[in-house]
Design a protein around this ligand. Structure first.
Ligand SMILES: [Zn+2]
Length: 240
């Protein structure tokens, strides 16, 4: 049931949109004009006659007193609910939780954003376990699992963008989200510098060029077209 609702501000929103506003403002409900009622037939068409509420499972529903008195809505209660696909979409947005199938690897994943650290955790899940995992998290089970391309895109901070069929294997660390201060100079930590010099064959020239290249890579979020060939004992961290 895809409803368009006129809200308090006069703007038109979907039920999902209203749910997001309620959620963002920590409200319990929001008054709306009932889309099931013919507003011109009402005695006072300029005042709200319905409201959107959020239930315990973070799912919005519409209640309209006029509809109730005319025996409309589910069980003639004046309440209108979403179907399970729409419920999943809304819960997924509000709870920052998503299941998807990666079309590149043909594998299923469950992504969760930690409420404490705000970081995403994306783990492989078998297809059979999806409904159980969603039920455990009090989420509706969609008929169709979203399909996305799951790959590294270092140039983007976005992690989950199911609407555009993309989930990022690259998750920016907190360091990447810091805005660098202009002119601020820092030193390379001693041990890391020692390692970097070592893998560069202790050449000042190559070391300086590596530092510049790494800085370019981080600052511009672009891949290098230069390849370094490192040598060193196994386990020294050349891969990093
Ligand atoms: Zn109504």
């Amino acid at each position: 049931m895809d409803m368009e609702l006129k809200i308090e501000s006069g703007a038109i929103e979907t039920l999902a949109g209203v749910a997001e506003i309620i959620n963002q403002n920590n409200r319990e409900k929001m008054s709306v004009f009932c889309p099931m009622c013919d507003q011109n037939q009402r005695k006072s068409p300029d005042s709200h006659n319905a409201a959107v509420f959020i239930d315990n499972e973070k799912i919005p529903f519409l209640f309209c007193s006029s509809c109730k008195s005319r025996g409309k809505g589910e069980y003639k209660s004046g309440s209108f609910y979403l179907d399970h696909n729409e419920k999943y979409t809304i819960q997924s947005k509000i709870l920052n939780r998503v299941v998807f199938r990666d079309i590149i690897s043909d594998q299923y994943f469950l992504g969760d954003k930690s409420k404490i650290s705000g970081e995403y955790n994306i783990n492989k899940i078998s297809k059979q376990n999806i409904s159980n995992a969603l039920k455990n998290r009090k989420m509706a089970i969609p008929d169709i699992i979203d399909e996305v391309e799951y790959f590294h895109d270092f140039s983007k901070d976005t992690v989950i963008d199911v609407e555009n069929g993309f989930v990022n294997r690259y998750i920016p660390t907190n360091y990447m989200l810091i805005n660098p201060k202009k002119g601020k100079k820092t030193k390379i930590p001693e041990t890391i510098e020692k390692l970097m010099r070592h893998i560069c064959g202790n050449s000042d020239e190559i070391f300086t060029s590596l530092v510049h290249n790494l800085a370019y890579c981080i600052q511009n979020r672009k891949k290098l077209i230069i390849a370094y060939l490192f040598q060193g004992t196994q386990g020294t961290g050349k891969g990093l």
